[in-house]
Design a protein around this ligand. Structure first.
Ligand code: GDP
Length: 301
């Protein structure tokens, strides 16, 4: 099975999927537009979450970082005057150091991710959306901000006027991704921020053509005009879409074959141009993630 993922919603779904399928049968294409260098190392927040999920290390209370991690290096760096805007745990940083050393030694991000995954005994196939650097920047009432500056330093508060995915026009789809998509009939877009997590993957040159003849099933991250978590609402508005499941379906456009919305969402299935299924999408426990995963596995058949 093949998933497109950001760093919170799809990982929750994958937590259920991995209780039902062998990891070898799971491929995840992961957003890299939120990647950033921090204290000398390349942090890939969404890839890290997926790595820690499949190696059973993820801190499920936050959906980032390693559970029970310590923060000695982070605290020491801050004391020494480093910016360190992200809270990076000591174990988490070990992955960043290895990744950055591999990249400095000439490996690309896909190779570095594969090496890290192997070291963590992960059998799932984790594919960065591109080896080329891409960065989501937001034009706000505080000027242009990298997504991480908006979300962490500014706590998601500034008004967003414009979204720019820097480098997306030049970024290439990797051979691994092309092969992975070509060998699947169905693609699952998990619940994710449509603009900053799934959008960059879909905007890669050639991606929509690759998905054209596939059965694409997406799960809405919005329930009744509110995202379950995070800034998806602000970003959809900034892009001119309504903050609703209908707005998300419109954003994804004609690549969609089937759209899954929450059973509590009041929007009528008739309001969509695409077939809609209502089910419980609130993944507040592994049991609930597994329930939704089971449903998605049934739907892909
Ligand atoms: P990020 O990389 O941390 O920004 O996270 P994602 O791109 O994965 O975005 C998380 C999106 O998934 C948010 O827009 C949430 O509204 C949505 N989300 C999070 N948890 C759930 C859930 O349990 N169910 C549903 N339907 N959506 C969720």
């Amino acid at each position: 099975m093949l998933f497109l993922s950001g760093g919170t919603g799809t990982p929750k779904l994958l937590q259920g999927v991995k209780t039902l399928l062998p990891q070898e049968n799971i491929t995840t294409i992961v957003n890299t537009a939120e990647d950033t260098w921090e204290s000398g190392n390349l942090v890939c927040p969404d890839i890290d979450t997926i790595l820690y999920l499949f190696s059973d290390q993820i801190d499920e209370t936050k959906w980032w970082g390693v559970k029970q991690d310590t923060f000695h290096t982070h605290n020491a760096l801050k004391k020494l005057g480093e910016r360190e805007q992200m809270m990076i745990g000591d174990t988490d940083r070990a992955s960043h150091i290895i990744r950055s050393n591999l990249i400095r030694a000439g490996k690309n991000l896909t190779e570095a991710t594969q090496i890290l995954a192997r070291q963590m005994h992960i059998k799932a196939n984790i594919l960065p959306m591109s080896n080329d650097s891409v960065a989501t920047t937001l034009h706000t009432d505080k000027g242009w901000l990298h997504f991480q500056d908006f979300w962490i330093t500014e706590k998601g508060l500034p008004h967003i006027e414009q979204v720019q995915i820097k480098g997306i026009e030049r970024a290439k789809i990797t051979e691994d991704i092309r092969n992975a998509i070509e060998s699947e009939d169905t693609i699952i877009i998990g619940p994710g921020n449509p603009v900053t997590s799934i959008g960059p993957i879909l905007k890669l040159r050639g991606m929509k053509t690759l998905l054209k003849d596939k059965k694409v099933i997406a799960i809405s991250p919005i329930i009744n005009n509110k995202p379950v978590s995070g800034p998806a609402g602000k970003l959809l508005s900034a892009e001119g879409y309504s903050v609703s499941s209908a707005g998300v379906a419109e954003y994804y456009g004609d690549i969609l074959s089937l759209f899954v919305i929450d059973k509590q969402d009041n929007t009528s299935p008739e309001d969509f141009d695409v077939p809609v299924i209502k089910t419980d999408t609130m993944m507040t426990s592994i049991k609930k993630s597994t329930g939704l995963a089971k449903k998605i596995i049934e739907l892909q058949a």
